[in-house]
Design a protein around this ligand. Structure first.
Ligand code: SF4
Length: 352
């Protein structure tokens, strides 16, 4: 898949845009003032595979806590700032690697200039983050009072123009909406207008049942068209859950090479083993593998190995006996109760 050509810059140690891989980000939901709790969540996110973390900075105490958070965080930290430019300045002095701030909302040119000056000095990129709930009234009015894809784009471009006029170009843009078609359309439009990296997300996507599908469709559609440089899956709940979903979205499009891709058949009348239980066990036992490996878990040997020929290794159940196969060739026949164990042993051998 050909990716849209975007300009690139560093956000801490992570390259954004250009030929850099699509990065995964999330946001803490702890009270930022509580540095210890926030750091614990950042560490859990990092462990799960998150690459960039955003923290909200609603007040001076939170900006103070950033000093400790930034010093100890294993991930680049982005400060999420609304309205108060002092907080942006404090956050940058505290050591953040990125800012999310909309320059049109911080109260005038001199304030924007102060933020941009410091961001330039410290080589800190700025994300302009527009969402359908905060489109300015005059733009809403142009489109019958409702948020639209074009309204999101116009709203973002206003902020972009403010930064460009100050010769600032380390910009990322997000145009989030909980309305998936609107979000897709907005990103498609802006992707043709500017070459800034795009941060993709469906906002207020919901809990896991609703949010995973909405995010996969919204983010996945754009990525499949080559649009998108960094992604955030937003789910109501523990942000760590978002990371697994983000990885799966990227993996399903060939944009994430690490870890296990688990293929399993849907089961059918031929299935004589407890396949769902086996899949769960294998999934859990292999969740921490970092090397790329495709594992197939199939219900029967009639179609199993053939259907999963592209897998590196797999198993196919039978009646009492099952088989282990590698690249579609059967390498062992094993009693059913030893299938999972044998497969895991073989995987271990392959990885060492
Ligand atoms: S692999 Fe075998 S058990 Fe699984 S769906 Fe296909 S035919 Fe059915």
């Amino acid at each position: 898949m050909e990716r849209r050509k975007s300009r690139s810059f560093l956000l801490g140690s992570v390259g954004i845009g250009g030929d850099n891989p699509v990065s995964i980000q999330s946001m803490t939901n702890t009270d930022t003032k509580d540095a210890a709790k926030t750091l614990a969540q950042i560490n859990a996110l990092a462990e799960a595979g998150c690459e960039i973390v955003r923290v909200t900075v609603p007040d001076h105490e939170a900006a103070e806590a950033l000093k400790e958070i930034c010093a100890k965080s294993p991930l680049p930290v982005v400060a999420d700032i609304h309205f108060d430019y002092h907080l942006a300045l404090e956050a940058m002095d505290a050591g953040v690697n990125g800012l999310r701030i909309n320059p049109g909302n911080i109260g005038g040119t001199s304030k924007v200039k102060a933020v941009v000056k410091k961001a330039k000095e410290k080589q800190i990129p700025i994300r302009i983050g527009v969402n359908s709930g905060s489109v300015p009234k005059d733009i809403l009015a142009k489109y019958d009072g409702h948020p639209t894809a074009m309204g999101l784009v116009e709203s973002a471009m206003r902020h972009v123009k403010i930064l460009e006029d100050l010769d600032f170009h380390d910009i990322k843009i997000s145009l989030k909406s909980s309305d998936v078609p609107m979000m897709i359309e907005a990103y498609r439009i802006i992707a043709k207008m500017v070459d800034y990296p795009l941060h993709l997300g469906v906002t207020e996507a919901g809990n896991a049942r609703h949010g995973i599908v909405k995010s996969a469709v919204g983010i996945g559609t754009l990525l499949a068209e080559g649009i998108g440089d960094t992604i955030r899956v937003s789910l109501t709940g523990d942000p760590v859950e978002e990371i697994g979903v983000a990885k799966q979205i990227l993996r399903s499009l060939g944009l994430y090479q690490k870890g296990v891709e688990l293929i399993s058949c849907p089961t059918c009348g031929r299935t004589k083993i407890n396949l769902p239980e086996m899949v769960e066990k294998i999934d859990q036992a292999t969740a921490k593998i970092d090397k790329p490996i495709k594992i197939a878990v199939m219900g029967c040997a009639v179609n199993g190995p053939g259907e999963a020929r592209e897998a590196d290794i797999g198993l196919a159940g039978g009646d009492g006996l099952g088989v282990i196969f590698k690249k579609g060739e059967i390498i062992a026949k094993v009693p059913e109760d030893k299938l999972v164990e044998t497969l895991l042993d073989e995987i271990e051998k392959m990885l060492n």
